[in-house]
Design a protein around this ligand. Structure first.
Ligand SMILES: [Zn+2]
Length: 252
């Protein structure tokens, strides 16, 4: 069996997406001028930031642009790396987790959000943000927006709050599979539609070939999970299996 979540599989997915004739839009572009055939490649850079650069380059080589959300923590944030990714034509956004930092204190979370946004804006153009959902956290990072507004800061979109998932099909590699939403307590979107399910990257590619992958689509990647290195790949598999158990347990 072919291993999934390898760079090889990723390249194959990119090439098939490109062949599908969809329009690659960044989150910023989709928020202001959505294309009917939009393909949004959204990357959450939780860890192993160097993998983000690999993804960014593979896309740029194919004239594909995507959106990369960076956390403010050292596992993710690095000035030169972020600037290099932006210079390849991609969008940079803030992967915020300020409710976690503030241990649920909304005022403090907002203060931190503004500070962190400013820091990111000093190195890249930031128009969109996207929450980080840690399965180990008891806080929902979106809760800061129950009291405060990001629009006030010129942020035009937070996909979880501004996109309509009855119109936009959503796929995520959360849980290290494409149909692992059952393991996720944070990455939940609301939709009334019965969307098709895909398990492996190969299934998505088959879906593209058979023209039954719904479009417009937002595909969410965690590049740290994708590697050709067998040791790293096995580590990630074991780690994710444990994490899925924790998530399942926390959900009940
Ligand atoms: Zn994240």
């Amino acid at each position: 069996m072919m291993r999934d979540f390898t760079i090889k599989q990723y390249i194959s997915l990119l090439d098939h997406l490109k062949q599908s004739g969809g329009a690659f839009q960044t989150v910023r572009e989709y928020a202001s001028n959505p294309a009917q055939n939009a393909i949004l490649l959204r990357h959450d850079i939780d860890d192993r930031k160097d993998h983000a650069l690999v993804f960014a380059k593979l896309q740029a080589e194919r004239e594909i642009k995507g959106t990369f959300y960076f956390r403010i923590v050292p596992e993710s944030f690095q000035t030169e790396l972020i600037q290099e990714i932006e210079s390849l034509g991609h969008e940079i956004g803030y992967h915020y987790e300020d409710m976690d930092f503030a241990k649920g204190n909304t005022q403090e979370a907002y203060r931190l959000f503004v500070e962190h946004l400013e820091k990111l804006r000093s190195i890249a153009k930031i128009d969109t943000i996207c929450m980080h959902g840690s399965p180990r956290s008891e806080y929902d990072n979106k809760d800061v927006w129950k009291e405060f507004s990001y629009k006030q800061h010129g942020i035009i979109a937070e996909p979880y709050l501004d996109f309509n998932f009855d119109d936009l099909y959503y796929l995520t590699d959360t849980g290290r599979m494409w149909d692992g939403k059952k393991f996720s307590i944070r990455d939940e979107i609301s939709t009334t539609k019965k969307w098709p399910q895909f398990h492996s990257t190969e299934d998505i590619i088959l879906g593209l070939q058979r023209k039954n992958l719904p479009i417009p689509v937002m595909i969410n990647f965690h590049p740290q999970r994708w590697t050709d290195d067998l040791i790293l790949w096995l580590q990630e598999l074991l780690f994710q299996t444990t994490k899925n158990q924790i998530k399942k347990w926390k959900k009940h």
